[in-house]
Design a protein around this ligand. Sequence first.
Ligand code: TPP
Ligand code: MG
Length: 304
Amino acid sequence: MKELKGLNYEEYFSPGHRACAGCGEAIVLRHVLKAAGKNSIVVMATGCMEVVSTPYPQTAWKLPWVHGAFENVPAIASGIDAGLEAAGKRKGVNILAMGGDGASFDIGFGALSGAIERGHKFTYIATDNEAYMNTGVQRSGATFPYASTTTSPAGKKVHGKQEPKKPLPLIVAAHGVSYVATVSPSNFFDLKGKVEKALNANGVSFLHAYCVCPVGWYSKSDSAIKLSKLAVQTRVFPLYEIENGILKFNQKVDKPKPVRDYLELQGRFKHLGEEEIEKIQRYVNARYEFLLSIEGKKAFDVLY
Ligand SMILES: Cc1ncc(C[n+]2csc(CCOP(=O)(O)OP(=O)(O)O)c2C)c(N)n1
Ligand SMILES: [Mg+2]
């Protein structure tokens, strides 16, 4: 296989798809597939990535690709796993199930939880752009606190989404799976290594991918990688993996940049005053402190 600095030359998610300029989800998918390689089957939930990549009769996918509804992608992946197993063809095939944050954190979460509990083997990738973008930026369980969306609009009294972000990687880890990790398009090699580990893990493995959405975040379309880096450097999106129940940081942030630097590049936070920015800083600190408190310990039982 032709490789540049360890990155696969082949494109399985072809250029020419209709994603917006600077779409973090498209960058993540491209690199996930480069890492997974050609012996892969993709199951994808409805959402931006599906809509931009499969306008009939065209497709951007150079791999077997199956459409799923919002709520049943992990169930379809389970069926592919069981079917290949029954046919004696499971070995050497990667099954990649994918969905946005709406599909993964909210609507398809029950199916994901069920597939994990039944002990199926596939890798689930949650591409998190922090809202239901495809239908016009509605808030999800993954939307960052105080972000303005069309269903959590910033008004005079209520300043955007009032609830915290659902800690999905930790919830998945608590099921007892052997591999969970966070990935960012700004850290390609980290992402590549994690895809490879996830595909080799037992049971369902889970990757939580940070994905900038310039349209929904009101950020500049050339700032996807800059924002992805800032998210790590401010501790907004820590890079870690939970392998066999033990959390390890992949990029420890000892001297974090202020969260303000991250917020001010995005119009979805432009309504915030000093007090709210302080609150967000405390929220980010507290989430990071919690991860530090379980680092290196057998924090999760491994059942699969
Ligand atoms: C059960 C169900 N509810 C609502 C819809 C409409 N719908 C299609 S895509 C979408 C948004 C997807 O959001 P997300 O999963 O975060 O992916 P994104 O578009 O942000 O990539 C919605 C609400 C649907 N297809 N099925
Ligand atoms: Mg989304």
